[in-house]
Design a protein around this ligand. Sequence first.
Ligand code: HEM
Length: 440
Amino acid sequence: MGFFLIIFTSILMFLFLTLSLFILKIFTGKSIRDPNYPPVKGTVFHMFLYFNRLYDYQTEVAKTHSTFRLLVPDHSEVYTADTRNIEHVLKTNFASYSKGAFTQSILSDIFGQGIFLVDGEKWKQQRKLASFEFSTRVLRDVSCSVFRRNAAKLVRVVFGISSSGGVFDMQDLLMRCTLDSIFKVGFGIELHCLEGSSQEGTAFMKAFDESTALTYFRYIDPFWKLKRIFNLGSEASLKKYVKVMDDFVNQVISSKRRLQEEQKDVIDKEDILSRFLLESAKNPEEMNDKYLRDIILSFMFAGKDTSANTLSWFFYMLSKNPLIQEKVVQEVRDVVGNQVGEAKVDEFVENITEETLERMHYLHAALTETLRLYPAVPIAGPRICLGKDFAYRQMKIVAMALLSFFRFKLADETKPVTYRTMFTLHIDGSLPMIAVPRTT
Ligand code: HEM
């Protein structure tokens, strides 16, 4: 009995000491009352308490204090919704801001040395290569035709489901569609995830979603490093998922390298990965396969979740506001024309051009309003997105194709729809919908 009491008391003492140390690390050296710093409006305990609706909590605080701090061990996090500060960070004083060691330690298992995490020369090198790639006419044309093809595939998949009156998860379909698109445009690879024929692709998608969600939890989990060392709980799951992703991406790199070897004379520079591979040939030490893996995962993350999440919320909002849905359809018909029935899908998407996309003002505004209400990246780091035009192009083409052929409704109007707290604004669970084919 005495032995157990000693063990029990020791555990209590250990917990007490750990908690005291933790609290000390949260509050010391933070200039809490200094008016030169943004006011402190909470701690990591609040983030933990409100985790499931963290962005609502932060928005509530921002309504009264547009710039504020939340204290976490060893540093404080500054949040701002003040446009003057945003301009200061993104533009006027950009050089003073970096991603920093804290974010890098949390995210490096997924993004390694990818563009989202690196600072300094490495960032400049990736940003320069990628900016060049994004600004080319070739990328614009290739991406447009890939988006059109995948949008047509998506419409056919929805025709298949709607003919049997079925309910489908809109978010899942959109994720598959944007994953196929970024793989083709970014890495020159046809994944066929939308048709469901790629089992590895589906497993990879799940591994990626779960890894990003588990990684996000590290921000409020003081024990994550300890759990990682002992391979426990969420860290053990994360390790498994990261392995699935690594295996998949390593396969992509080796098949791409093989392809480039075989076609030495006609080196394909149409995709982002090929451009990085060409660079890696000049500097193989630094740009090894691990580095390429980090680049692939970063671009995939940037290109898939953001656009698919925004489109999911967009279709959710259109289902809640059927009049707006019809106004968008009217604009599609005015600009591109009216087609009905599955046989007309290819003809319809062929008529979507750069010029017609430019004329879709109402759709553009509706997507932008969706981004205001449901920001795909709720917490904006210090950098400007590279893929804005790419994202709007894809979102418009997919929205135009789907809305032209179907009227969308929520499968269950009473089911609450909310987000899952992670880097991007995923709809929690699924978005079950019904699509009714348009007949006129
Ligand atoms: C609705 C769609 C999108 C939204 C809301 C969005 C938002 C953002 C935000 C807020 C950042 C800054 C992150 C930070 O500083 O930590 C960012 C960065 C970035 N975005 Fe996007 N993005 C979208 C789509 C895309 C797409 C489709 C691509 C490419 C295919 C892309 C490529 C990038 C890249 C490469 C960066 C990193 C820039 C850097 O670190 O220099 N984005 N995006």
